[in-house]
Design a protein around this ligand. Structure first.
Ligand SMILES: [Zn+2]
Length: 290
């Protein structure tokens, strides 16, 4: 199986706001949470019909048919969570997260405003730590959903993860498949823009990319940050190094908060300028036929 999506134009930042501090320990009460959601929906969207599927640690809500919502909960949410945990994540998020799957652009825009009091800034979807919600226009494909699922897992397992790697890993899986029981990212729509940036000689060095603060990564993006981070992760994946890099980075986060030294070590300590030239040639030879 594969999940992916071809967006209409490049997404904005897909992380919104800071997460609230963790609640007191205890197992989440799904029945109470579902009851709260029903009350909230009755108040904010009384004319809409939503189906809910509990797929711990998520509650999946959608206004497509009940079969379709169930299918997405199994084929995308449960599938991605199982395979991502196999690669990277020992811990589930310690609270329930809502996955809102709006059936089209109109529903997405209308319900974002009604339920969260804000208009979406990307056409595909976003993760809101503040609302503990993944919010999707599911008509754009399941790829964004897998991307956004990565974020709460990174938050639970590697809270100090810098934006470049959080987004590199998330966006790697926005076009994903299963290979020998493992999740793999495929080439996708971000390739063309990245190849253009490489050809124009405008791409920052990996030292610069990995040193970006959250603000620099999201708000001072020359347009290539997501693509550069994604295809670095893609390269590591194809060389069989991505999983190792993730775990080495988590282990070294205090001494190497940007991940740059860990990246260099994982690559076998090459000259990084030379590595970047090789990587750029590698990326220029990739194809995406979506
Ligand atoms: Zn993201």
């Amino acid at each position: 199986m594969w999940v992916g999506g071809l967006p209409l134009f490049a997404a904005g930042s897909c992380m919104r706001g800071a997460a609230p501090s963790p609640r007191a320990a205890g197992s989440p009460n799904y029945a109470a949470h579902v009851a709260e959601l029903r009350t909230r929906l009755a108040r904010a969207a009384p004319d809409s019909v939503f189906h809910m599927v509990v797929q711990a640690p998520f509650v999946v809500l959608g206004d497509e048919s009940v079969e379709r919502v169930r299918q997405r909960a199994t084929d995308v949410v449960a599938w991605a969570v199982e395979l991502l945990k196999r690669e990277y994540f020992a811990k589930d998020p310690d609270h329930i997260l809502d996955v809102w799957l709006f059936r089209n652009r109109g529903s997405y825009r209308k319900h974002c405003l009604a339920l969260f009091g804000e208009r979406p800034t990307t056409p595909f979807g976003f993760y809101s730590p503040q609302h503990r919600a993944l919010v999707m226009n599911i008509a754009t494909g399941g790829g964004t959903l897998v991307h956004e699922i990565v974020h709460p897992y990174v938050h639970a397992n590697f809270p100090a993860c810098p934006a470049w790697f959080n987004e590199g890993l998330g966006s790697l899986y926005e076009q994903s498949a299963e290979r020998d029981g493992r999740i793999v990212g495929r080439t996708n729509w971000r390739l063309a823009g990245l190849q253009q940036a490489i050809r124009s000689g405008a791409l920052p060095s990996f030292r610069k990319l990995t040193a970006t603060t959250e603000d620099e990564f999201y708000r001072e993006d020359p347009g290539s940050n997501y693509g550069q981070a994604r295809y670095l992760c893609y390269y590591l994946q194809e060389k069989g190094l991505l999983r190792r890099f993730y775990h080495a980075f988590v282990a070294a986060q205090r001494t190497d908060p940007t991940g740059y030294a860990t990246l260099q070590a994982t690559l076998g300590a090459p000259d990084m300028a030379e590595f970047q030239r090789d990587w750029e040639r590698y990326v220029l030879a990739l194809r995406f036929d979506g």
